[in-house]
Design a protein around this ligand. Sequence first.
Ligand code: COI
Length: 356
Amino acid sequence: MIATDQPIDIRMTTASRIQEVDWSNLGFGRVFSDHMCVIRYENGKWHTPGIEPYGPLHFSPAISALHYGQAIFEGLKAYRNEHNEVYIFRPDMNARRLNHSARRMCMPELPEEVFLDTLKALVHLDRNWVPGSPGSALYIRPHMFATDEYVGVRPSESYLFVIFTCPVDRYYTGEVKVKIETHYSRAVRGGTGEAKAAGNYGAALLPARIGQQEGYNQLLWTDAISHEFIEESGTMNVMFRSGNTLFTPMITDSILSGVTRDSVLTLAREWGMVVEERRVRADELVGMISNGELDEAFGAGTAATIAPIRTIHYQGTDYSLPPSSGWTFCNRLSSYLDRLRHGLEPDTRGWNLRIA
Ligand code: COI
């Protein structure tokens, strides 16, 4: 067992399900590994972390998470390479962002060292669940929700923090088609868009389904006031390349600050590109595609990884870029990040946490 500073009560499964897994057909988010971590918050403090067999949790139908939406989550991944080493990519960023979300949703912060130590212990215990085939990973889903059995509207006084993990394939296979959404909104200034709050995703389901029925994988959200400025896509931040310039919507309180977004911008700067974090107008973007000035468009996210966006729909018209096989930045980025996350590039930035 790797060393952790937290005392953790570990109750191991007596019936591993690992032999039942069809590793050639993982999909995304349907297969769950043997254990989960659970930490209870009560009486103003976090209690001893526990690791137990993955399975249902029991609570009252009156818990406040179900009624008033105090529920936040994170997403990160562990990777295995051909030397059988397992790495988690930038977990400190997720520990920090969870607490950013917690503050916005009036929930208790979890000490970062507790987040990291329980995460390490859980992934170490279920290390055989980390897949090694190209594009696959162990997706890690930490989340926190309110558990007071109380129907009045006020911040809950009790919470559960839970981490489960899923061996997964890529979220998107191939190029993505997106629609610029100009009617519905994901987030408004002063709202909760900057938090990884469950309700943000629930509110996006109907517009996303309408977009999917029209033939688009995802929406490109715009600002809620004018619908003229690009914000992010449903499961990822978005970026655009024109020549040596990479540009992306700047972070505001209606945009989630992605870990993959940060990694891409860091690499682009190191590789000598001009990086612009700024307001991006929807009409500027499609105008650039029409004029042949936009070279690449892609989403960046933990689940999505680097997802090339080939077609962008705006106000009744599809605007398409040339095939992504020729996109030099996107392809360099994908293969570099892939090698780095598998511990096959020198980790000069300290982004990889080695687990096994
Ligand atoms: C992630 O990329 O980790 C996400 O949370 C996006 C999505 C699967 C909800």
